[in-house]
Design a protein. Structure first.
Length: 388
């Protein structure tokens, strides 16, 4: 797509939550945009920025962070906080005078912004519930659905990291949503294949049933290799009232029992170190709109065993081994096949890394810049062609 005559924003106000993968995404995109002369100001919500996260921020030149602890729209009883956060964000817009607003949540899309606004849909409760619990959420989620629908409807454009996620937003909230796809990216500088060791790894929020970490209770005892599990075991503040979110509860077991070794939450460099040594990365997810952890594992030269869902099929194609998330025997057998055949494992790891290198921060930044330029030009096209 040609960009002649289209203006690129100089400063962007971007929201980010500190609880999940959106934080990693926001920093990666901020770094790539900064290298193209675009200043990014991050406004954080959800939980305080941790010391490890501040270390990640310090690795990016000139990024500014305004921190808050406002609850996110998918948390328990969030709406007073969502309202306070909206007022705070509008004050930031007034004082910082950004050229464009980049929202990584939904409800604030309906605020009376003075600048063009982009909403990015990383995941949502309705598509999560459909994939993980089944059916539709109970009535307590009706306001969430209404707020998300309003926020999406007010957005000047909507981006999702996969066609599967964009289709879910259209199906659940707004059929004629003006939007496009820009895949996430990860810098390969931070991940590399090391000397591979005989173990399987998985990384993710263990409290989130979508990640399916619970299945390793059944799978690990049947494997000749140990399984290392990294991630937060407890729900973040504000999620106690969300039915169905509670996950594996690994903290209740002895370290290493049943062939499982629990690593807890790791810093980004620690995750990269573990992935460089892991031979197999398993993410038999029920729900994963993109899967940054799988991308990091792919860049680290791990063979991938992934849940057979539309989004992961879309992203990885023939480069990964796919398994039905609800079938522990199939998951175990797929991992066993990789363990028992070093040549097959090596071939899949090489295939995965080649595919992973396609999802670069440069590609992601160019995709977003294309959207930014069209929004800056005041265009509202139903099907903007994005080169992501």
């Amino acid at each position: 797509m040609g960009h002649a005559g289209l203006r690129t924003p100089k400063r962007i106000l971007m929201t980010a939550d500190t609880v999940g993968g959106v934080w990693v995404y926001a920093l990666e995109l901020s770094r790539a945009l900064r290298e193209r002369g675009i200043e990014v100001v991050l406004a954080t919500m959800g939980a305080p920025v941790t010391p490890d996260q501040w270390e990640d921020v310090r690795r990016i030149p000139d990024v500014k962070v305004f921190e808050s602890g406002f609850r996110l729209e998918w948390m328990d009883k969030p709406w007073p906080d969502v309202s306070y956060a909206g007022s705070w964000l509008l004050r930031l817009e007034e004082s910082l005078e950004p050229d464009l607003i980049h929202l990584n949540s939904y409800a604030h899309g309906a605020l009376p912004w003075r600048r063009p606004k982009l909403v990015v849909g990383h995941s949502c409760v309705l598509s999560w519930w459909e994939a993980v619990i089944g059916g539709t959420p109970p009535p307590v989620w009706e306001r969430y659905c209404s707020e998300v629908t309003c926020g999406l409807g007010a957005a000047d454009y909507v981006v999702a990291p996969s066609e599967a996620m964009l289709s879910a937003l259209r199906r659940h909230y707004k059929k004629h949503l003006a939007g496009g796809v820009v895949p996430n990216g990860r810098n390969p500088v931070f991940f590399h294949p090391g000397v591979k060791e005989d173990f399987v790894m998985t990384v993710g929020r263990l409290w989130d049933k979508a990640k399916n970490a619970e299945v390793f209770r059944h799978v690990a005892p049947g494997l000749s290799w140990p399984v290392y599990v990294a991630g937060e075991e407890s729900l973040p503040n504000g999620m106690a009232g969300i039915s169905g979110a509670g996950g594996a509860g690994y903290g209740s077991r002895k370290e290493g029992s049943d062939n499982i070794h629990c690593l807890g939450r790791l810093s980004s460099p620690a995750v990269a170190s573990w992935l460089s040594r892991a031979s197999i990365y398993a993410l038999p997810a029920y729900y994963e709109p993109f899967g940054l952890s799988a991308l990091e594992a792919g860049l680290s030269g791990c063979a991938l065993v992934l849940g057979d869902i539309l989004s992961l099929r879309e992203i990885w194609g023939e480069a990964a081994v796919f398994v039905p998330p609800g079938d522990p025997v199939a998951i175990r057998d797929a991992i066993r096949a990789l363990i028992g055949n070093p040549s097959y494992r090596k071939t899949m790891a090489e295939r995965v890394r080649a595919r992973a290198l396609e999802f670069s921060p440069e590609r992601m930044a160019e995709g977003y810049i294309a959207v930014y330029r069209y929004l800056m030009a005041g265009k509202r096209e139903k099907r903007l062609k994005v080169e992501g």
